[in-house]
Design a protein around this ligand. Structure first.
Ligand SMILES: Nc1ncnc2c1ncn2[C@@H]1O[C@H](COP(=O)(O)OP(=O)(O)O)[C@@H](O)[C@H]1O
Ligand SMILES: [Mg+2]
Length: 239
């Protein structure tokens, strides 16, 4: 569904250049839930921008026929409408859909994200978790097939994390292809089937999510998620 081949991204420095992504190749199948983990600055957001076509790689190819929706780290930057209903309608309106189709999609996105009772509230008054779900509702209304969540747990309290995870679980059950960019494995590892690690722009691990705990995560700047050795991979999710 998504194939990246030999992606490099360089930024010019005063002297020479900085390699932000170094020969990254990966393939993601339909219906997978992939965590891309990595310390700050490892290249996660940049990779997301390249997948979505917002940034051009310096070299390499992106093969993606699917519609990609992004849920940015800062939901405030993504919310444009005065109310959730108005905000969710922007995407479908830009797609030139009929009024009935727009109304149908907005209602469905509100229901899928659990925001139906907030539809007419001032968008600015929503909680952090609600805002992130609103951003997700916007991409659902545009019928995105691949949804990328950039640091969905940033600045989120426990109820906020649980709200996001319930939504992620539902999207997985609905067959969406999800990519979660995060280093907070204790909050979501059990939701994923696939685990990829970026370290300083290089892909250093790509395998089953159940293998993640066998990795030397600290050497890649990622906190090991187990709070006790008896804990199991399946328990690593806040729900
Ligand atoms: N437009 C840019 N110009 C220069 N450097 C950039 C630019 N965008 C990203 N970078 C650099 O690329 C690296 C990866 O950034 P990013 O993808 O945001 O990391 P992450 O999301 O994993 O924290 C960082 O070192 C960042 O400073
Ligand atoms: Mg980032």
């Amino acid at each position: 569904m998504l194939i990246l081949k030999n992606i490099n991204k360089y930024f010019p420095l005063e002297e020479g250049q900085f390699c932000a992504l170094n020969d990254v190749s990966l393939a993601i199948e339909k219906g997978e839930c992939t965590i891309i983990a990595g310390a700050n600055g490892s290249g996660k957001s940049l990779l997301m921008s390249i997948i979505a076509g917002l940034e051009e790689p310096s070299s390499g190819t992106v093969d993606c026929k699917a519609r990609v929706g992004l849920v940015f780290q800062e939901p405030d930057a993504q919310i444009l409408g005065e109310t959730p209903r108005e905000d969710i309608a922007f995407g479908p309106q830009n797609m030139g859909l009929s009024k009935t189709e727009i109304a149908k999609r907005v209602q469905s996105a509100l229901e899928q994200t659990g925001l139906a009772d907030r539809a007419g509230f001032p968008a600015r008054s929503l909680s952090g978790g609600e805002k992130r779900r609103l951003a997700a509702a916007g991409v659902l209304a545009m019928d995105a097939e691949i949804i990328i969540f950039d640091e969905p747990y940033a600045n989120m309290d426990y109820p906020g994390v649980v709200q996001i995870n319930r939504l992620l679980k539902k999207l997985i059950a609905d067959g969406k292809t999800l990519i979660i960019l995060t280093h907070e494995l204790e909050k979501c590892l059990a939701l994923a089937n696939r685990f990829i690690v970026l370290c300083k722009g290089k892909k250093v691990f790509d395998g089953a999510a159940s293998q993640a705990l066998l990795c030397d995560l600290e050497s890649w700047g990622i906190r090991h998620p187990l709070s006790s050795p008896a804990q199991k991979h399946e328990e690593l999710v806040w729900l």
